[in-house]
Write a protein that binds this ligand. Structure first.
Ligand code: CA
Length: 448
């Protein structure tokens, strides 16, 4: 990958105060792509639960956003150690591209064994599609979180109707070029994964073709926010805690939360290299039990203040606690005359949500991500049809290990089956995992 294209993928807001990160960000010097920026220590003295694991160490990558919270809480609260994984390293990744490069290396090659992923990165790395042809089989082991993402719009578009439903603003967006000499410009931080899917869904539901009517590209978060401030960037598909900052700094407003686009949607996942899991099944289950415990702990509102203190700390996100407090309380100022949202269940959730388990990796959700991959003809059609997608999911998804771990840990009320059933979107569309072709057919704007 060239330094230019790598720079396109850099994602960072680590290490600096809000003002300086927005002003300077990574405009000048992208961070090094090495993984080992921070390593937290494990709590000691906790009793081991269950059979001893084959190994006590593993290297897990994370991106400093709220989707990584369960991994970091499992580390900081000593849940990994309690389950015998006493030498877990959680390693901050400079960008999604770095995480990918590091998992291709593996811990033996100075990289990582697995960690936090947007979807469908584990499937794409398994097939070598985003790793220069190098196929590194991976297993999806659990979902880390739901919701907590959204679409931000630059302040200059206030009053134009760019909210959840942009149908009435479609002419304004399409006509932007005629008046301003450039297309309406939107960004995400990495192509062909969650953030790209959320903003594409939002545009297309409002009658805007994200490939033709606007310019949509991968830009580092800090650069995007700077562009929104100076009038060169119009919209941004982003995750917590950026929405709070965009409002707080009066750079723009929130057009939609992903909670509103698709309530309790799948978000980010824990996936580890298949060779590591196959060699260490007991250690894998120990990791799962620890993260499940962390997810349950995180969903107790009484624990959120402590969680905010841990996550905001120097070892992890290194940002002021007031940035993390609103999203973890489900409080979102939307701006542009929209009602504020104050609902714990509208923010990030980790163990359970209104539709069932967050933690359990439903195959039906992976199928949606790959169906969208087909919809937009990503990767030159390398995943070309539903049968190919399903076969890939069958190789990558390890819901069986999740269930074994949950049963061994004594958790009850567990999901049954690989499907969460029919999924409903804000614009009335439905995704029936038993008939993804009908979903594709129902969509007006698509490449497939
Ligand atoms: Ca996300």
């Amino acid at each position: 990958m060239s330094s230019t294209s790598r720079r396109q993928f850099i994602f960072t807001f680590a290490g600096t105060a809000i003002g300086s990160v927005l002003l300077k960000g990574c405009l000048g010097n992208p961070p090094e792509t090495s993984s080992a920026v921070s390593t937290a220590t494990t709590a000691t003295g906790a009793a081991t639960v269950g059979e001893p694991p084959e190994v006590t160490k593993v290297k897990l990558g994370y991106i400093p956003i709220l989707e990584s919270a369960a991994l970091l809480i499992a580390q900081a609260k000593g849940f990994f150690a309690k389950h015998g994984m006493t030498e877990v390293e959680v390693l901050k990744q400079a960008s999604w591209a770095s995480a990918r490069d590091n998992v291709v290396l593996g811990s033996g090659g100075g990289g990582i064994d697995g960690g936090q992923w947007q979807m469908p990165m584990p499937h794409l790395i398994t097939e070598g599609i985003i790793s220069n042809g190098t196929k590194v089989p991976m297993y999806v082991l659990m979902q880390l979180s739901t919701q907590g993402n959204g679409i931000a719009v630059a302040g200059l578009h206030q009053g134009k109707g760019l909210h959840l439903d942009i149908t009435k603003a479609a002419d304004y967006i399409k006509g932007f070029q005629g008046i301003n000499g450039r297309k309406f410009k939107a960004a995400h931080t990495f192509p062909n994964v969650n953030q790209d899917f959320w903003i594409r869904y939002w545009f297309a539901a409002g009658g805007i073709d994200p490939d033709r009517d606007i310019e949509l590209l991968a830009v580092p978060s800090a650069e995007t926010v700077q562009g929104m401030r100076n009038g060169t960037m119009d919209a941004f598909s982003t995750g917590d805690p950026w929405p709070y900052r965009i409002l707080q700094e009066k750079i723009g407003y929130m057009a939609a939360l992903t909670h509103q686009i698709w309530e309790f949607h799948p978000e980010e996942y824990l996936a580890i290299r298949a060779d590591w899991v196959d060699k260490h099944p007991k250690a894998t289950k120990a990791l799962l039990k620890a993260v499940m415990e962390a997810q349950q702990w995180l969903d107790n509102p009484a624990n959120r203040p402590e969680a905010i203190g841990i996550l905001a700390g120097r070892n992890f996100f290194n940002i002021p606690v007031e940035v993390l407090t609103p999203p973890l309380e489900g409080k979102y100022s939307m701006g542009d005359g929209q009602n504020a949202i104050n609902d714990f269940n509208a923010g990030p959730l980790y163990w359970k949500d209104g539709l069932g388990s967050v933690s359990y990796p439903y195959k039906s959700h992976e199928l949606w991500f790959l169906t969208e991959t087909i919809r937009w003809n990503f990767h030159n059609g390398k995943i070309s049809d539903i049968a190919t997608a399903k076969a890939l999911i069958d190789r990558v998804n390890r819901a069986d290990l999740w269930l074994e771990a949950a049963r061994e840990a004594g958790f009850t009320d567990l999901p049954s089956g690989d499907s969460r059933g029919i999924e409903k979107f804000f614009d009335g569309k439905e995704f029936n995992p038993d008939n993804p072709e009908a979903y594709l057919k129902s969509l007006a704007i698509k490449r497939a």
